[in-house]
Write a protein that binds this ligand. Structure first.
Ligand SMILES: *Cc1c(COP(=O)(O)O)cnc(C)c1O
Length: 406
């Protein structure tokens, strides 16, 4: 028998033989990262504007983040929520400081944060019905939304490619159209417990709710005693130049789902709920084993510390303007290929004329990694500490791809 250590099989072969085939992956094996750069197993260097899908907020292996995680890993990693740990308490304080008076629940992913929101909506509906279950439970979401792959999140995600094969779904979801307040007003009835939507739709192509629409939803929810719950899993934690994307609209929701960038690469999710509704949860009615471990919370605290110390929100706001303008210039230079540039801060979508796959491949071959979004959008998600020179370089690489097409 051969010992596993001397089996020489390529990573591609291992994936082909043993990894579930539920992703369409780029033919690339990444082995190392530093800042905005990653290296593949052939030694090629790439500028990484994927950031692990808006996760690596400080880029790869930021020294302060690495030091914090190493320190915590040698101190205490996991204790469960049968006990307190200092890091969870401090991280909750910091998130409440950003969102307003309320409480925080920690979990491990965006989908799990959104499940918590959906369960909050159910609890609110029961309270609205004087304790009776099943009378008020509906959640109004948006067309083209993406809220995750669990049954609740998937049921809130009205996309055939995501729901197909998994029906029956969770009951009680209806769908309005973002920036069409009337479509939401028309759907709210006595059975409506909450409205749940992304402040900026990410997966479906970077489509933002306007401030007026969010203000209108806030008023609607106040009038009808309906929770306004915002999924900030992708657009939150600084990506738009404010800590939460809804801050641009000057509103406060009743609950927030977050994850992706929060841990800077360490899996962590969180739900914040406004004080007034926080007591709907009580000992026993929700939980998760891994939620808010000392290690996950130390990683998130390192992200927040660096973000504050290096004034990253300010940097995102000032640097994104010229970058967006340079991308818009590409749209003017190549109107046949680039149809528009959307987004805020470092959550940007460039709409191209066809399937973005060919663009992503060409960008990758010239050293820039980026994901797609929706049907025809190239998405750029640089880390929050990307340099001006790296932003410029992304535009030059894109320009060379477009020039080669014409
Ligand atoms: C990524 C994402 C999710 C799901 O997060 P996971 O961590 O993959 O479960 C939910 N909502 C939005 C807006 C997302 O971008």
């Amino acid at each position: 028998m051969t010992s596993p250590s001397i089996v020489r099989t390529s990573t591609a072969e291992l994936y082909d033989a043993h990894v579930l085939k539920n992703y369409a992956r780029a033919p690339l094996t990444l082995v190392r990262g530093r800042g905005t750069q990653v290296w593949d197993d052939a030694g090629n260097i790439y500028l990484d504007f994927t950031s692990g899908i808006a996760v690596s907020a400080l880029g790869h292996c930021h020294p302060d983040w690495v030091a914090a995680v190493q320190r915590q890993a040698g101190e205490l990693i996991h204790v469960s929520n049968l006990f307190r740990n200092p890091q969870q308490g401090e991280l909750a304080r910091r998130l409440v400081q950003r969102a307003g008076p309320g409480r925080v629940f920690f979990c491990n992913s965006g989908a799990e944060a959104n499940e918590t929101l959906i369960k909050l909506a159910r609890l609110h509906g029961v309270q609205k019905s004087g304790g009776e279950e099943g009378r008020c439970y509906k959640v109004i979401c948006a067309r083209n939304a993406f809220h995750g792959r669990t049954f609740g999140g998937m049921s809130a995600t009205p996309q055939e490619k995501i729901q197909k094969g998994f029906r029956p779904l969770v009951d009680g979801f209806a769908f309005g159209e973002i920036n069409n307040l009337k479509s939401f007003v028309d759907l709210v009835d006595g059975q409506t417990a909450a409205i749940l939507l992304e402040t900026i739709q990410g997966e479906s192509g970077i489509n933002a709710c306007t401030p007026e629409f969010l203000v209108g939803l806030r008023r609607l929810c106040d009038e009808r005693n309906v929770l306004l719950m915002l999924d900030e899993v992708q657009c939150g934690v600084g990506r738009t130049g404010k800590f939460y994307a809804f801050e641009h609209a000057g509103i406060t929701p009743d609950a927030i789902g977050m994850a992706k960038g929060l841990g800077g690469g360490f899996p962590i999710g969180a739900m914040w709920v406004r004080d007034r509704f926080a007591d709907l949860f009580h000992p026993g009615n929700h939980g998760t084993t891994f939620g808010g471990t000392p290690l996950a919370c130390a990683a998130a605290l390192a992200v927040l510390d660096v973000m504050e110390r290096d004034k990253l929100l300010e940097r995102v706001r000032t640097q994104s303007g010229p970058w967006h303008e340079a991308l818009r210039q590409l749209a003017r230079e190549f109107p046949k290929y680039v149809l528009g540039v959307r987004g805020q801060g470092y959550l940007v979508g460039v709409q191209v004329e066809s399937d973005p796959a060919a663009y992503l491949t060409a960008l990758r071959e010239r050293g820039l990694l980026a994901p797609s979004a929706g049907g025809n959008v190239v998405r750029f998600l640089p880390p929050l500490n990307v340099t001006r020179a790296e932003l410029d370089r992304s535009v030059e690489i894109f320009r060379s791809v477009l020039a080669a097409r014409s």
